[in-house]
Design a protein around this ligand. Structure first.
Ligand SMILES: NC(=O)c1ccc[n+]([C@@H]2O[C@H](COP(=O)([O-])OP(=O)(O)OC[C@H]3O[C@@H](n4cnc5c(N)ncnc54)[C@H](O)[C@@H]3O)[C@@H](O)[C@H]2O)c1
Length: 433
């Protein structure tokens, strides 16, 4: 079966390579020619463990190609996947301009029956709007629109795509459902649960899932903040909570607040959508507010530890990506913290194993890009660990201390042991203990 994947970002590229691995003939297209040229040379425009091997294997075996000829790729395919970005529109909703521009391209090239599968995360009701939009432009050609949300996590995207917890297929068309089941048939063999439903329910599943996970994070962050006030250790609390099967230990890690390309925007979009429909989603509103406060709490921790005034202070930041094993910095708490430190008059020097290039696009020459973790410590009044990359887990503490102006360590991920840090001579602060 021939497939066209529109958008070769974190989701489109992984999905394209993954579907080729499932035996489909996939053409990945993108409107950014440089990305396609890189991919044609076998280079990855993003950092994602395991992706290069999957790409090389499927290109070599002739199932995967990259092209900027979007029209041709659409015309040659039975199924066209949409994996374009749906960022925040600045007012809390989702910006669907990329999606609709790709939909228009599909409409222009609809030369026979096709399935249009929406992988992008889109507000409930979008599939319906896509159907209406195409129906207005094209007469007499059959097509179906399937909502097929993606649940992969950056950093383990390949593994997640090849071994998902579930596949959600939303459509009212039996023909389209059968085609989608065929595409994902290798997953039947590993007994992956399939959820077959309508478009609206499928769209809602994605938002409800992301918002629930975000809620768990805000919940444990709130518990952590209370722990700080009452002298309890949030790690022990979270571990004991997680031993209860009804709660589960996943997503109970206190930290600097959730970030990334999904949780913040999707939580806001669901909040926005509910309010548009006349319902005030108080709990979701709190999830968002707690997260905003949590990011600011990290800045306040640093401010307090350097004596109350950040002006003229040198702050070293370990980690810029929103989580380890990705170069994605979209809505990363580290980006927020760095900006606030700069606003308060501090000098920032940062290191990240993969994301300095992305950080440079945001901060230009306003911060110093360090060569490694020890270089971050050079002359610093405080170190802030923002992303728990493995490289930062067992740093030589004496070497760090030797290079710093003052041995202050704010650990927003609770990677280090407070007693060990105190013994090493650090003024140390974590989250919730
Ligand atoms: N990143 C994740 O972890 C993740 C996980 C699950 C779902 N999602 C959702 O998947 C969607 C894509 O996310 P992403 O992180 O891959 O985004 P991304 O920004 O990394 O990639 C989007 C790509 O689409 C391309 N594009 C935009 N308009 C186009 C057009 N008209 N024609 C061709 N290409 C076009 C862009 O150039 C870009 O390369 C979003 O809706 C997101 O919410 C993301």
């Amino acid at each position: 079966m021939r497939i066209c994947m529109i958008g070769t970002g974190y989701v489109g590229l992984v999905t394209g390579c993954g579907l080729a691995e499932f035996g489909m003939k996939v053409t990945c297209v993108d409107k950014v020619a440089e990305k396609i040229e890189m991919l044609q040379r076998g280079e990855l425009p993003i950092y994602e463990p395991g992706l290069k091997d999957l790409l090389e294997k499927n290109v070599k075996e002739g199932r995967l190609t990259f092209s900027t000829h979007i029209s041709e790729a659409i015309r040659n395919s039975l199924v066209v996947f949409l994996a374009v970005g749906t960022p925040s529109d600045g007012e809390g909703g989702a910006d669907l301009s990329y999606l609709f521009s790709a939909v228009d391209q599909i409409a222009e090239n609809l030369d026979g029956y096709k399935v249009i599968a929406i992988k992008s995360t889109v507000p409930v009701g979008t599939a319906r709007r896509v159907i209406e939009r195409i129906s207005e432009k094209v007469k007499g050609v059959a097509f179906d629109v399937v909502s097929n949300p993606e649940f992969l996590r950056e950093g383990s995207a390949v593994e997640d795509f090849l071994h998902p917890d579930r596949v959600v297929i939303g459509t009212e068309s039996d023909q389209a459902a059968a085609i989608m089941k065929d595409i994902y048939s290798p997953l039947y063999l590993i007994e992956t649960p399939f959820v077959l439903t309508d478009n609206e329910t499928a769209e809602m599943i994605k938002y409800a899932s992301n918002t629930f996970l975000a809620a768990k994070i805000s919940y444990i962050n709130e518990v952590a903040n209370i722990c700080e006030l009452v002298g309890a250790d949030v790690h022990v609390v979270a571990r004991a909570m997680g031993l209860d099967g009804r709660i589960s230990r996943k997503f109970l890690h206190p930290g600097p607040g959730f970030g990334g390309s999904c949780f913040p925007k999707d939580t806001r979009a669901l909040y926005h959508l509910a309010r548009e429909k006349g319902y005030d989603p108080a709990l979701i509103g709190s999830v968002i507010q707690v997260n905003e406060n949590q990011k600011m709490r990290m800045v306040e921790k640093v401010r307090r530890r350097v004596g109350g005034d950040l002006k003229g202070k040198v702050i070293g930041v370990l980690g810029v990506s929103f989580k380890p094993n990705t170069d994605d910095v979209r809505e990363s708490p580290a980006i927020f913290v760095i900006q606030k430190l700069l606003d308060a008059g501090a000098s920032v020097q940062a290191f990240d194993p993969a994301a300095l290039g992305e950080a440079r696009k945001i901060f230009g020459e306003t911060i110093r890009y360090a060569a490694n973790a020890y270089d971050v410590a050079e002359g610093a009044d405080a170190l802030v660990l923002m992303t728990e990359w493995n490289q930062f887990r067992s740093l030589d503490l004496q070497e760090l201390k030797k290079r710093m102006r003052a041995p202050v360590f704010v650990d927003t991920r609770n990677v280090y042991d407070a007693q060990k840090m105190a013994r090493a001579g650090f003024e140390y602060e974590g989250v919730g203990r």
